[in-house]
Structure formats: structure tokens, C-alpha cells
Design a protein around this ligand. Structure first.
Ligand code: GLU
Length: 285
């Protein structure tokens, strides 16, 4: 059965960008008669704000969205531990500055947008015995390609040379986003991952993990991020207005639906229903 998901991090109130991604994920799944899952990505407990769980649900319901099942990653740690066991990892207790120094020392290191982890700690001699070790994954040395259904683009990466061995469990024991997301997307039967375009470059890492764990790769849809009037991406930190404030201030969800999704379909009306958007979605995707 087609299954989509919305995976908010309950670290604060939702802003319009989060709500638009949720709306599009809901439209994508429902337009093909699929299920929708709400998954709270709350592994980094230090950043979680308890009221955010309920305000997220209230915001989604207010826009008219519903879902068939709800999960919290913080209640699924055994699954991540079991997946980690199956992967070839090694402890890394290097400090950030040690890693930085070895990046600078490595001859011919590629200077892409992300610094490549050069394997500083794959040599166990480098371990600092009194530091808590993170677990890094020996990434495969091969080209991994992922295609996107929203943009039609394909992204290929060799993780060994372009990313390096990345962390699957932090030194403080928190499972990394990439591991949790891949395990959950599989366990929850997610067939379509619709999320913000900021996660597009994460897709090859996640596809590589899926391959290593024997999971299928879902269809990816990376949607544009909303921008503020300065052309900067909306962010909780940047002071974007919260959906709760709009909701409690008496905003009309039908107007908001038109603003959030209508523009993507060239729709000019001032208000819109979910049914109308579903129709646009099925015709245009
Ligand atoms: N939890 C992530 C976020 O709030 C989304 C992760 C995903 O969709 O894969 O940005």
C-alpha cells in the first residue's frame, strides 16, 4: 500500500514551511489512496520541547490533515540498535579539532560544500581512551545514485570520497538521524518520502544504508523550502511566525491552504479545499 509520512522534529512550534511540507506529503500519499504516518523525530532529547508534540498535532488537524498512525523515535531505540549491529562500524573518539587537522593535512582533499571525513579514527591508535566514542560507518567505496520525483533530478555520490565515514551513533549514545530515518522508513513501510529540499544531499547516504541493510529505496520527493521576504529559508531560529500563532489569531485554513500549495499548481483562488488540492495533485504529479 502506498505510504507517506511527515516527520517533524518536536523542537519548537511549526512554521509555515514545515506545514507546507506536511500538506504536500499528505497530498502526495492521499492522492494515490495511500496511508499517512506522523513520526516525531525526537531522538535528540536535549532539543525536544514537550508542548511541541501537541501543538504539531493541533496545527496539522487545523489545516485538515489526518494520519493513520503516529510514532515517536524515542520509543524505538531497540530497532536502531539492532540495525547498527548489522553494519560495519568503528568507534571514533577523535575530537573535532583532530578531525579538522587531518582534513587540512590530507593531500588533495576535495573541497566540496561539505568537509569529507578523512578516516582520522579508523586507525584505532588515534583513539582517546577517556572520550566517549561515536560509531562511524565504513561507507562503501562506490557510486550511489538517487532520483527525485519532484524535480526529476538524479544525484550520484561516492560516499567514500565525497562524504567519508559518517556517524551512526553519537558519543553520547544518540542514534544519528540517517540511521533512524532509514530504519523507520523501512519498518513503517514508507513507499514515498516527501520532505524539504535541504535533505536532498542526504539521500545517497540513506540509499547506501538501505542497500547495506537489505531495504528497498523509497521514492523521493524533495520539495522547495519556503523563503521569507529576504529570500532566506524560513526557520524557527530565524523568527518565522508559528502556525500556532496564526491558528490562535483566527487565520482561515482555507486561505492558508491556497497560499501554501496553490501556487505550486498555478492556482490563483483565494481559498481552497483539500479535495481541490488533491485533484490538482493527481493531475500534475
Ligand atoms: N525530522 C526532519 C526535519 O524536521 C525531517 C526528516 C525527513 O523527512 O527525513 O527536518
Amino acid at each position: 500500500m502506498p505510504t507517506g509520512r511527515f516527520a517533524p522534529s518536536p523542537t519548537g512550534e511549526m512554521h509555515l514551511g514545515n506545514l507546507r511540507t506536511a500538506l504536500l506529503a499528505w497530498l502526495q500519499a492521499r492522492s494515490v489512496g495511500g496511508r499517512v504516518i506522523l513520526r516525531f523525530e525526537d531522538l535528540d532529547t536535549g532539543r525536544v520541547r514537550q508542548p511541541a508534540y501537541q501543538s504539531t498535532r493541533d496545527d496539522l488537524h487545523w489545516l485538515g490533515l489526518d494520519w493513520d498512525a503516529e510514532y515517536r523515535q524515542s520509543e524505538r531505540l531497540d530497532l536502531y540498535a539492532a540495525a547498527l549491529e548489522k553494519l560495519d562500524t568503528y568507534p571514533c573518539a577523535c575530537t573535532r579539532s583532530e578531525i579538522q587537522a587531518s582534513i587540512q593535512a590530507s593531500v588533495g582533499a576535495p573541497h566540496g560544500p561539505e568537509a569529507v571525513y578523512p578516516g582520522t579514527c579508523s586507525d584505532l591508535k588515534n583513539r582517546n581512551p577517556d572520550r566517549l566514542a561515536a560509531l562511524r560507518w565504513h561507507v562503501p567505496d562506490e557510486r550511489i545514485c538517487v532520483s527525485d520525483h519532484w524535480t526529476g533530478e538524479t544525484l550520484c555520490q561516492n560516499l567514500k570520497s565525497e562524504v567519508g565515514d559518517f556517524v551512526l551513533r553519537r558519543g553520547d549514545g544518540v542514534y544519528a538521524y540517517h540511521l533512524a530515518v532509514v530504519v523507520d522508513d523501512f519498518e513503517m513501510g514508507i513507499t514515498d518520502v516527501l520532505r524539504g529540499a535541504d535533505l536532498w544531499t542526504a539521500a545517497p547516504r540513506q540509499a547506501a544504508l538501505q542497500q547495506a541493510l537489505g531495504y528497498p529505496t523509497p521514492a523521493y520527493w524533495h520539495v522547495p523550502l519556503m523563503q521569507d521576504f529576504r529570500g532566506e529559508r524560513l526557520a524557527k531560529r530565524g523568527g518565522a511566525p508559528s502556525v500556532r500563532a496564526l491558528r490562535e489569531g483566527g487565520a482561515d485554513p482555507a486561505v492558508l491552504r491556497a497560499e501554501l500549495a496553490g501556487s505550486l499548481y498555478g492556482k490563483t483562488g483565494e481559498r481552497t479545499s483539500l479535495d481541490e488540492l488533491l485533484e490538482h495533485f493527481s493531475q500534475n504529479s
